[in-house]
Write a protein that binds this ligand. Structure first.
Ligand SMILES: [Fe+2]
Ligand SMILES: [Fe+2]
Length: 232
């Protein structure tokens, strides 16, 4: 039995989520999800965000020396994790998992891999429960780490919304992985003229708790630095 969860049609060792990235449904779902979130005033959740989260989730697992197959599942989960937003924000993690299943079946992923990806998509917005495996852990951290001013659609409105302000103030966001010391570190550089560090703390407290839980599932410690000050 195949245990990797890789597409059945492939026989080489390297996972390639290229087909998922080109899947017509995946591309259309991401487009509609982002348009919906734009309509309700949310930050960017389109191809930029999906690509970054996919690449970061993959990199986290590769740098922690997980095998290519597992990292490939995290990459696919990262690309698809927000597609559920096309049908509304509230349950987008659960809806997204079901929509992802269809795409992954179309692309020949085996059931074990599909289940891991579905669970990861659900857990990326889940407040309760555990982080079930390394794929879910990598996705969760990669998603929360994507804080950047380029995600704000209307900079003139940043005064109105704390999430916009916190994103807009982020000049740089660097996630690094230390495989020897088993650390995952997020370093944010923020413009305190736009948002105060306390605002970040307010927004990031819940995210950091989730990231710490996810890091533990990878046998790592999670660190957060804001303007070189250690916050967690
Ligand atoms: Fe999400
Ligand atoms: Fe996301």
């Amino acid at each position: 039995m195949r245990r990797s969860g890789l597409p059945r049609k492939r026989n080489n060792a390297k996972p390639d989520i290229g087909r998922v990235r080109k899947n017509r449904k995946a591309l259309t779902y991401i487009e509609f999800a982002d348009r919906y979130l734009e309509a309700i005033g949310y930050t960017e959740h389109g191809f930029r965000h999906c690509d970054i989260v996919s690449n970061t989730a993959y990199r986290i697992l590769k740098e922690l020396r997980y095998d290519e197959a597992v990292a490939g599942l995290a990459a696919a989960a990262g690309f698809l994790h927000d597609i559920g937003n096309m049908l509304g924000r509230g349950d987008h993690h659960r809806v997204g998992a079901l929509l992802a299943k269809e795409i992954l079946e179309e692309e020949g992923y085996d059931l074990r891999g599909i289940i891991k990806i579905m669970r990861a998509v659900v857990v990326h917005e889940e407040d309760e429960g555990v982080v079930p495996d390394e794929v879910a852990a990598a996705l969760l951290i990669a998603d929360k780490a994507d804080v950047h001013r380029s995600r704000v659609r209307n900079p003139s409105m940043v005064k109105e919304d704390i999430h916009d302000r916190v994103n807009y103030a982020a000049r740089e966001s660097v996630l690094s992985v230390g495989p020897e010391k088993r650390t995952i570190t997020l370093e944010l550089t923020i413009d305190t003229g736009i948002s105060q560090v306390m605002e970040y703390f307010e927004i990031f407290l819940a995210r950091m708790t989730a990231c710490r839980k996810a890091a533990r599932a990878l046998d790592c410690e999670f660190n957060l630095f804001i303007n070189t000050i250690r916050m967690a």
